[in-house]
Ligand binder design. Sequence first.
Ligand code: MN
Length: 336
Amino acid sequence: MASLRRVKVLLVLNLIAVAGFVLFLAKCRPVAVKSGEGFRDVHPPRAEGANLTVRAANPVQEAVLKRLSLLEDIVYRQLNGLSKSLGLIEGYGGRGKGGLPATLSPEEEEKAKGPHEKYGYNSYLSEKISLDRSIPDYRPTKCKELKYPKDLPQISIIFIFVNEALSVILRSVHSAVNHTPAHLLKEIILVDDDSDEEELKAPLEEYVNKRYPGLVKVVRNQKREGLIRARIEGWKVASGQITGFFDAHVEFTAGWAEPVLSRIQGNRKRVILPSIDNIKQDTFEVQRYENSAHGYSWELWCMYISPPKDWWDAGDPSLPIRRVRTSDTHLGCVQQ
Ligand SMILES: [Mn+2]
């Protein structure tokens, strides 16, 4: 009797294993045969490499390139596994793609309430939005048409944070890497102004070190220093010719870096403030803001200031808006 039961158990286990294998094949095969365009949607940065396979002239070269492309796929899947281990998502698509408002299901809304209160934005929703999501290019047409020299100075991007949501910091980092030409991005510096959250300690550091080896420096303040001293700590380790100071809850648009760097290259005394659109705190929708200067009201609220009359009179939205004075609390870029 006992042996019969054992055989039965073995049979059932076998059946489960076979069913599992069939399921595995059915689920994984489409991913394995996916190539070119399909893959590009999900894994943006490897797109260029994939094109090489098509145009190779001799068969040996073709074989080598095919193999390289395969290896690239493997590495890419590994890298994507990294964000998955943090419960996060990569790729251009998904919720909130194109800067559209992202939404939660009613059950998710319930879970989102606590974190929303804590962070001042919908951090639960942020985790459901890809670190690489696309956002719209709201630049005036004339700005998109401008050409810049290739030999611009390199920039060190400094992000300051204290108890910011991990997904939001990482989207800032991904977005900086995705939208800054690689030859112009010297490094990214993350300054942790003595956060309490555990996810911002080892998990953050391990992720950036594996995902962008050698590109990201992490600076930890031993006590809370505040915005300006935290920025200075980041500046101390910066090695690029230009230093850009940013909040760690931003997303960059294509072509943001070239005009900034060329303006400072033209005159090293210039401090450049970017034009800042709004990421809505409840839906992460990217909302276009009119081109404007930044300043403070007498109540110390950050405010947008309409450009001076001569800027409007010139009728060219690609012209920089001149400000004689600004504040060192704003985000912006400056020569080291
Ligand atoms: Mn901010």
